[in-house]
Design a protein around this ligand. Structure first.
Ligand code: NIG
Ligand code: FE
Length: 402
């Protein structure tokens, strides 16, 4: 006899369990929830004896794991629509960054904003993600580039996790860009970001993972390696923005440090793919940045598939390269631009996104995981990636609560 807080029934399930067909589909399913977790899930015909306080009948709707957006820069000040105009008048993303715009211009707006202003503006973007079924969101720092504002950004992210109806994982991204006050001495900023800001953020319990931006306009593999060494000393997992605009071998470097994920990956080569496969590093695909920057070279999806590297899909929500607050749209772009299948895109926003965050307690509909669910009014889960600008979300359930 299972005593449950809630029975969910009259529904179809995309369990995203790794056995069987790609969606792990169950045609006439049921879920028992107890104490914020899934106590039982399966075919309604196999429901064990139970007593449930509440019953939800879903009229044949589809239930998936709550979606997980595993790469965002949700907290920042200002916007960069002016740079969008500049790019459409011929400037490139790198030109703008080298001229002191880009990440550094958002840095200035972020430093100028109060903690409450950062929280309020992040909520407007979070609303878009929640409306598309997101129940867990990763949020990076990286627009402070000084101790005070980096910590403020991470505190805002933690507050979102406490107050805004979504679970949050934070990443410290101090090595995102060099702030203007250190332009003459980049090494001094690297030291500050690694030896001062990171330990301070960690001591305050603000860091779940450590991220960096390995690129010609950002930081070198040697600088990233030093960041990862300090992360390891602090016991923090790492991830990396790698091979977005060129190939510096960042993904292989990340894999050598046991990274949870390497993200972007447009210029990834087969050696990098093999290093990721060997280390179990997830490939986080960010089609919003590829689309927004009008890139031409797609990530090597076939190689990633062939070597069995799990692929996650995320919005990369940020003011510069991906002002996109819909994870469903990111899934659609992953299919249309990069040729992922709709099932791969959904796995990329659930089970593989959880892995990219180092989480095994969510991302699938299996007994023991937290009861974070998304309920959809659709005839098949392929519709989640197929439709553009429609939103079939019926409801989100977090920890068993509507
Ligand atoms: O993931 N590539 C580096 N960082 C962000 C862009 C940040 C920005 O332009 O503000 C990204 O694309
Ligand atoms: Fe990013």
């Amino acid at each position: 006899m299972i005593r449950a807080d809630r029975l969910i029934t009259d529904c179809r399930l995309a369990t995203m369990s790794t056995e069987g067909e790609p969606y792990g589909a169950i045609d006439d399913g049921a879920i028992l929830i107890r104490d914020v977790r899934i106590a039982w899930v399966g075919a309604r015909a196999d429901l064990p004896k139970h007593e449930a306080t509440e019953t939800d009948r879903l009229d044949g709707r589809w239930v998936t794991p709550g979606l997980i957006d595993c790469h965002t820069h949700l907290v920042f000040g200002g916007d960069r629509s002016g740079e969008f105009e500049q790019r459409l008048n011929g400037a490139t993303y790198e030109d703008i960054a080298r001229a002191g715009g880009g990440i550094v211009s958002t840095m200035a707006a972020t430093r100028a904003a109060s903690e409450d202003e950062l929280y309020a503006s992040a909520l407007t973007r979070l609303a878009g993600l929640k409306a598309t079924g997101v129940t867990t969101v990763e949020i990076k720092s990286g627009y402070g580039l000084e101790r005070g504002t980096e910590l403020t950004m991470l505190r805002v992210a933690r507050r979102i996790g406490r107050e805004a109806g979504v679970r949050v994982r934070t990443s410290y991204l101090g090595l995102h860009a060099v702030p203007p006050e250190h332009r003459g001495d980049r090494a001094a900023y690297v030291d500050l970001a690694i030896d001062d800001i990171l330990p301070a953020a960690h001591a305050e319990g603000l860091v779940d993972a450590v991220d960096g931006f390995c690129e010609g306009i950002a930081f070198s593999p040697a600088q990233i390696a030093r960041l990862f060494a300090v992360a390891a000393e602090l016991g923090l997992p790492v991830k990396l923005h790698a091979e977005q605009l060129s190939n510096l071998g960042g993904a292989a470097l990340a894999a050598q440090h046991g990274a949870l994920s390497a993200d972007h990956l447009e210029y990834l080569d087969e050696a990098g793919v093999m290093a990721m496969a060997a280390a179990g590093t997830v490939a986080v695909i960010l089609p919003g940045a590829f689309y927004t920057l009008h890139e031409r070279q797609a990530p090597p999806i076939d190689l990633l598939r062939r070597h069995g590297v799990p692929m996650a899909v995320a919005t990369d929500m940020n003011p510069g390269s991906s002002p996109m607050a819909s994870l469903l749209l990111a899934m659609n772009m992953a299919c249309t631009l990069f040729r992922l299948t709709p099932a791969e895109a959904l796995a990329g926003a659930t089970v593989h996104a959880a892995k990219a965050l180092g989480l095994s307690d969510r991302g699938q509909l299996v007994a023991g995981q937290v009861a974070d669910l998304a309920v959809w009014t659709c005839a098949h889960p392929a519709e989640l990636a197929y439709r553009i600008g429609f939103n079939p979300l019926h409801q989100r359930i977090i920890g068993g609560v509507l």
